[in-house]
Design a protein around this ligand. Structure first.
Ligand SMILES: [Zn+2]
Length: 175
């Protein structure tokens, strides 16, 4: 993705108020981010424990989502999968996050929820060769990484579309 300024990150959030966007804390390493290598910037607010953010690019423009993590954690004895990057890890590394819907539905308390890596660092995980491809030749390992990255972008676009949807799916007219 293209590098963003601090102001651009705050401006691109689609589902929170201007004051909430102004109050968020950027990741500590913001100045050193390797933007071109990233498909997504995800982070937990260092000063507001349950808040987190996902910023990515859609059609060349930045789109950011503000999320809230569930207060309860899942058991470390079980495993769970992140629904964005599809990494499987111990369940305490995955958290349920809710995103307020953009606009009117969000003002009425309407949210969308999904299970995501608790640290929101899915972008780094999809750049690692998956265990299922580790025995394959180098080119196929790289191909697996390319596919993983593309799949993350697709799932992120779907989640964003859910947050941006103005009406509930059952009221949408199908032509
Ligand atoms: Zn993830």
């Amino acid at each position: 993705m293209h590098a963003l300024t601090e102001a651009a990150v705050r401006r691109c959030l689609v589902n929170c108020s201007r004051s909430e966007a102004a109050a968020l804390t950027l990741p500590r390493n913001f100045a050193e981010l390797d933007w071109p290598a990233m498909d997504l910037l995800g982070w937990r607010d260092p000063k507001a424990e349950l808040r987190g953010y996902l910023v990515h690019e859609q059609d060349g423009r930045p789109v950011g989502l503000a999320l809230r993590a569930a207060e309860t954690r899942m058991s470390a004895r079980r495993s769970a999968m992140c629904l964005l990057c599809h990494t499987v890890q111990s369940a305490d590394g995955i958290s349920l996050f809710t995103a307020r819907r953009a606009g009117e539905p969000g003002r009425h308390g309407n949210t969308v929820g999904t299970y995501i890596c608790a640290d929101l660092r899915c972008a780094g995980r999809v750049r690692a060769v998956p265990p299922s491809a580790q025995h394959l030749p180098e080119e196929l390992q790289q191909l697996a990484v390319v596919e993983q990255r593309a799949a993350l972008v697709t799932r992120l676009a779907r989640f964003t579309a859910d947050v941006l949807r103005e009406r509930a799916p059952e009221t949408t007219m199908v032509r």
